[in-house]
Design a protein around this ligand. Structure first.
Ligand code: CP3
Length: 350
């Protein structure tokens, strides 16, 4: 109520490049295994996908970090790999192994996937979770929907699992780029559909995770990371002009400037390696920045975490800016360190 009477939610104001009373803060993977209350629901749910597809469970684990820390934003609890799952490439999450899929490596296997038409029906429980969250979240908390970027999702679809070098997807990109383009086009359409359904169910902002953007050389980055993102952003803006879009092209380095020009996104999430000073000078004039504390500093805590949090705030905090990590929270993070981090951001003044 208070936030609403003061003219709106802090996170939305930052994304509209309006002044804020405090730097807004939320953390990638803020729901997850570092929280004992998550592990309890996770055990009850059985499999990770059952957790994602059961609105009672997914709503509960989304709300857990909001109750503990009062973040400015709540990110829907789901996964980027529900999209291939809904396209007819079943995903399993194996304990200690991560996601496993039957790999798709050529046009013939690609042709067996389902079309985008049925996606909304197959992911209906996810949109039901979004609808419930809009009712249950505090008035000042912004609800973020999300999807994986086509390139990152493709690396899992082609590799069949996570890989340190994305070699299987790259082999396809470099030997038959026009054929690989068909997979990317399908994922562009599926991502637009999935994000549209989340927005219609109540998501106020969407974030697109391109975790493996930085592994592509420039020419492939332009074609398979930047252009798809521009297409998704344009389609979403046509349908929902007021809904901000945040991009996370992890590891894009100096290509981030071209990415921002080409995509025109409202928010840009910075990875850990990005220099806050460079980002301020080169990027903050045209977009709201978000980031970029090393998740392992949050594990370590103490004076080194405090020093680096202040460095980020002193450099980027004059805005437009949203405090976040440079990548997701890791399971060994002590919950007390998260509380201390939120304190530090709340106390800081421009
Ligand atoms: O941020 C949030 O709190 C929202 C939920 C969220 C999850 N995954 C839950 C999850 C989000 C936004 C994601 C995104 C995601 N998923 C990405 C992009 C961002 C990134 O972290 O790079 C990627 C690449 C995935 C794919 C994925 N999902 C992998 C590789 C794994 C296994 C690794 C791991 O951390 O276990 C997952 C599983 C997953 N997704 C978990 C959670 C909480 C852990 C599963 C469990 O509880 O057993």
């Amino acid at each position: 109520m208070k936030a609403a009477s003061a003219g709106g939610k802090r996170l939305l104001k930052a994304l509209r490049r309006e002044p804020v009373d405090q730097v807004p803060v939320w953390l990638m993977r803020q729901a997850g295994r570092y929280l004992p209350e998550y592990r309890k629901v996770r055990a009850e749910a059985g499999s990770f996908l059952d957790l994602c597809y059961t609105p009672d469970f997914a709503e509960e684990v989304t709300l857990q970090p909001i109750r503990r820390y009062g973040f400015d934003a709540s990110i829907l609890f789901s996964d980027i790999l529900v999209v291939p799952d809904a396209l007819g490439q079943p995903v399993a999450f194996k304990e200690g192994e991560g996601p496993v899929l039957e790999p798709i490596r050529n046009a013939g296997e690609l042709a067996k996937l389902k079309s985008v038409e049925g996606l909304r029906d197959r992911l209906a429980p996810v949109y039901e979770t979004v609808r419930r969250l809009r009712r249950s979240l505090p008035a000042e908390t912004t609800l973020i929907g999300f999807a994986g970027a086509p390139w990152t999702v493709a690396t899992y679809m082609v590799g069949g699992r996570g890989s340190p070098d994305q070699a299987a997807a790259k082999a396809w990109v470099y030997t038959a780029p026009d054929e690989f383009q068909k997979l990317i086009d399908l994922l562009v359409a599926a991502t637009i559909e999935h994000l549209s359904a989340q927005i219609e169910a109540g998501a106020e902002v969407v974030q697109i995770f391109d975790t493996w953007a930085g592994s592509l050389p420039e020419l492939s980055f332009r074609r398979f990371a930047m252009t798809p993102m521009a297409e998704i952003r344009t389609a979403l803006k046509q349908r929902y002009p007021a809904v901000p879009v945040i991009g996370f092209p992890r590891g894009a380095g100096p290509m981030t400037a071209a990415y921002l020009d080409a995509t025109g996104i409202d928010g840009l999430s910075l990875d850990t390696a990005m220099s806050p000073g460079w980002a301020r000078d080169r990027l903050q004039g045209t977009t709201c920045l978000q980031g970029n504390l090393d998740p392992l500093l949050l594990v370590a805590g103490g004076s080194e975490m405090q020093r680096q949090v202040r460095h980020i705030l002193d450099t980027l905090g004059h805005g437009p800016f949203i405090f976040n990590l440079g990548h997701g929270i890791v399971p060994q993070t002590p919950p007390d360190h998260v509380a201390e981090l939120v304190e530090l951001v709340r106390e800081w003044r421009p």
